[in-house]
Write a protein that binds this ligand. Structure first.
Ligand SMILES: [Mg+2]
Length: 88
């Protein structure tokens, strides 16, 4: 998949793909809002999660962020959440 993503970045450019990423994030926001209004559609939500995942992969590539760097932050944040939950 990485080759497809890098080809997309080369073809459309960082500026365009950055806007697509923002657009896809807003489409996921919309699905979450709709679900909260009683209009949950699992297929639509899944599709928007997939779109966001694809664009997050490209954002990482465009800005030189590795999976390891992201996962280190994820582990820090999960540890912090765990502590917050334990505090009640
Ligand atoms: Mg979408």
């Amino acid at each position: 998949m990485d080759k497809v993503f890098s080809n997309a970045i080369v073809k459309y450019g960082i500026e365009k793909q950055s806007f697509v990423a923002v657009e896809e994030l807003s489409e996921l926001q919309k699905e979450i809002c709709k679900a909260q209004r009683g209009k949950f559609n699992k297929d639509n939500m899944t599709e928007e999660l997939a779109d966001v995942w694809v664009m997050c992969e490209q954002v990482k590539m465009m800005y030189g962020i590795t999976d390891d760097q992201v996962m280190r932050k994820v582990h820090d944040k999960v540890a912090r959440l765990k502590m917050t939950l334990a505090e009640g």
